[in-house]
Design a protein around this ligand. Sequence first.
Ligand SMILES: [Zn+2]
Length: 59
Amino acid sequence: MTKCPMCKRPVRWEGNAYRPFCSERCQTRDLGNWATDRYTVPVENTPEIDEAEEAPAEE
Ligand SMILES: [Zn+2]
């Protein structure tokens, strides 16, 4: 079973326009992390916070 890289929930692959994410929200959050390193989408279920520690803080 494929899991969403964002929320680790099982991803429905068929008819999913947001794969490998489970939803548009997770996809947007991932792109937001790369682009701005901050969230612009309301976060309801906060994933592992320690992911942020793995990202290099160059700015
Ligand atoms: Zn997800």
